[in-house]
Design a binder for this molecule. Structure first.
Ligand SMILES: [Fe+2]
Length: 467
């Protein structure tokens, strides 16, 4: 029989002896923050599955001491961990009988994506510690994050580059490794906060920036992890939403803040990089849903073709058929001053043909769309795309847009048709694996639960191509 119980004097001597030790306080976050054993990390697992994932990330050579309120739940968990081969113990009688020093936590043990985004937006001094493997980090990261893989974090000396006087947020793919990272840091006396849901939920954070000009309101909504852009376009209290992403409920909140009621919802084209929230947003708001007539959907909607108009408030959006990214892509024009271009024209480049097996045919259509439709608007026309690439900065007002005048300077648009097509064919990269699945969902062929969306969408967007 393994002895898992440990008395407080033994715990103190373990701490002083500097043996590899993880002290895990499994009480509720508030109790932990009010006072815990020095060096203890807060460990809360919601499910057996999460417990198993967390355990698989903890080095087996460390002694683990679990602490709860009275020793009952900690005993059960320590016994289970001992059966899995860990040198696991629990503090006898828990915190209720602890009469030695305790420390309070100055920072929360977990942080949501929305809260982390508010820190970043307000330029708060946050050290972002990404504990995924280097190839995961290279693929897709929060700008400014420093990479130290979790496996290295337990090695002596690996924590020297981590500041002790800054707010630290640990990041991984789903919030498990980042939690274990807080355990590793706690034993060195470094407090850290784990990003809940990791990069998967980070991808679901939406940021709204409002732009007002003349008598229109444009709320640009950015899915900050992926650079997807969507727009709530308002006139006289009524709004059209173009290309909404999940979570759909956020659009209602953003529109309400500007005194707008969502009356229409549009997808410019069948998206392949993110799950469209158009259907859900239309259903929950009672708004009319519009899709391109030239694309196949198994979702009931109004069908849009070239020249159709969609009225809202005192304005109307005019549809123009702009094929090339997909065959049925529509762009929407407002007052001949603003164009919502979907994935045809971006701030930094142009849309990629979405069907790689017909890339030449699509590149030819794209050339025609760009030169004979988009660039025919006046140079001052503002173009609002559905994405921006990594590293692209918004304009001074925080909005991502370009103008027709600026778009004319995109190097690919200098080429003649033949040069353009062969260049586009040569630089169009294969689509990520999950694209065909996302297309089927957006077409309405296969259902999806909102819970599955973060994992499906994880990763960078690769919609734009540039020279
Ligand atoms: Fe697209």
């Amino acid at each position: 029989m393994i002895t898992v119980e440990i008395a407080q004097d033994e715990l103190l001597s373990n701490i002083e002896s500097k043996i590899p030790l993880l002290i895990l306080d499994i009480r509720a976050k508030d109790s932990y923050m009010q006072g815990h054993v020095p060096g203890a990390a807060n460990a809360i697992c919601d499910s057996m599955q999460q417990k198993q994932i967390i355990m698989s990330k903890i080095p087996q050579n460390m002694r683990i001491i679990l602490i709860d309120d009275d020793g009952t739940i900690a005993k059960e968990n320590a016994t289970m961990m001992a059966r899995f081969g860990f040198d696991a113990h629990y503090l006898k009688d828990g915190m209720k009988s602890w009469n030695k020093e305790t420390v309070k936590s100055a920072q929360d043990t977990t942080v949501s994506g929305d809260t982390l985004w508010s820190y970043i937006k307000q330029n708060e001094d946050v050290f972002l510690l990404d504990v995924r493997e280097p190839q995961e980090y290279a693929e897709f990261k929060i700008p400014g994050a420093v990479n130290i893989p979790l496996s290295r974090l337990f090695m002596p000396g690996s924590q020297s580059e981590i500041p002790k006087d800054r707010k630290i947020v640990t990041i991984c793919s789903h919030g498990n490794r980042s939690m274990v990272a807080t355990f590793a840091l706690a034993q060195s006396g470094i407090e850290a906060t784990s990003l809940v849901g990791g990069m998967a939920l980070w991808n679901q954070v939406l940021n709204a920036t409002t732009f007002k000009e003349n008598d229109i309101t444009i709320i640009q909504v950015e899915k900050i992890g992926k650079g997807c852009l969507s727009h709530i376009v308002g006139s006289n209290g009524e709004a059209v939403v173009i290309d909404p992403t999940y979570p759909a409920s956020k659009y209602v909140e953003f529109a309400q803040k500007e005194g707008l009621k969502i009356a229409k919802v549009i997808d410019t084209h069948q998206h392949a990089d993110h799950v469209s929230a158009a259907k859900e947003l239309a259903q929950t708001t009672g708004a009319k849903l519009y899709f391109s007539k030239l694309e196949e959907y198994k979702i009931e909607s109004e069908k849009v073709e070239d020249g159709n108009t969609i009225p809202f408030g005192t304005k109307q959006l005019r549809a123009i058929h702009t094929p090339g990214h997909t065959a049925g892509s529509m762009s929407y024009v407002l007052d001949d001053k603003y164009v919502f271009s979907g994935d045809i024209l971006f701030v930094e480049g142009i849309g990629r043909p979405d069907l790689r097996d017909q890339v030449e045919e699509y590149a030819t259509k794209l050339y025609d769309t760009l030169h004979n439709k988009m660039l025919k608007f006046s140079d001052s026309t503002k173009v609002f795309p559905t994405h921006h690439g990594e590293g692209v900065k918004p304009s001074e007002n925080g909005i991502y847009y370009t103008t027709v005048g600026m778009a004319k300077k995109i190097p690919l648009l200098d080429l003649d048709q033949q040069g353009f097509v062969s260049k586009v064919v040569s630089i169009t990269t294969p689509r990520p694996m999950n694209y065909s699945m996302i297309i089927k969902i957006n077409r309405g062929v296969i259902p999806i639960s909102p819970m599955q969306i973060p994992d499906l969408e994880m990763g960078p967007n690769r919609c734009s191509i540039k020279m």
